[in-house]
Ligand binder design. Sequence first.
Ligand code: SF4
Length: 325
Amino acid sequence: MSEPILQVRDLRVEYATPAGPAQAVGGVSFDLAKGEFLAIVGESGCGKSTLLFAVAQLLTYPGRLAGGEVLFDGVDFTTLKPEELRLHRWRDISVVMQSAMNALNPTLTIGAQLTDACKAHTEWSDEKIAQRSAEVLAMVAIDAVHLKSYPFQLSGGMRQRAMIAMALLLEPKLVIMDEPTSALDVVAQRSLMHQVETLRHQLGFAVIFVTHDMSVVSHYSDRLAVMYAGEIVELGPTREVFDRPEHPYSQGLMEAFPSLLGESKQLTGIAGNPPSLVDPPEGCLFAPRCAYANDECRSVRPELIAYGNHQVRCHLVARTRKNDA
Ligand code: SF4
């Protein structure tokens, strides 16, 4: 991997609940290289969006950072004051939220919202702001005439593209995307992903992209991280994880995901439910749902172990890999 732009170390997030703190993210670590596209997948409630919010330092009560580091270009974001973080937002890291309709202000035109963002983070003249606003809209194939449009006057796909345009205003090095395609039909999804990929190659920014729908990222991401119950259980090159998932949970996810190629097959779900995050089981968090669980699995929490450029958190995989070596 080339020089990492982002290093996440043992990141922990808790939510305050009436029953006690729920560990939504439990010790997540990963590196992200310059210009890399990392996809994070997992079922609802696995902690993937919370992880993004923690990386971007956007957690609000009842969520709180319970430990760990978020090193961006060597600066630990977890130690910065709000006014110091403000200097990094938009310039270094920007965020595209799940629903553009909620993230955009319905009472302001797209142009006014781009202007507000520029005024909050730059000293640019009105002329420069107008020029840059038209430029970023053109990047996402929206005509500058829509600078005068309100969000409700745009289609869902255009609104999401306008959000991406806004995120690119100050040429950030990392764009964090939280399920940006979830409200779009498949044609708009594909068009948006294609645009993100083209812009990433043109501008060189890195992407962390969270989704519950693996088909969205299968052709675009460099690496894929699978999350379960607040932990990364598998992380590797996207094609490798898709073609040869090693963790039993990743295997179950792939079985639940329809393929356009190859034989048609009966899709199977993963029986059972994720564990309580307030009172998690002692050993492997997937053990109650895993067909391969044994006594070791039920008593010892597995570590995320690296096998070359592939990491897996599973006792069975560790034993099999050791026997094969
Ligand atoms: Fe299943 Fe055991 Fe691996 Fe957990 S550690 S995924 S229970 S085999």
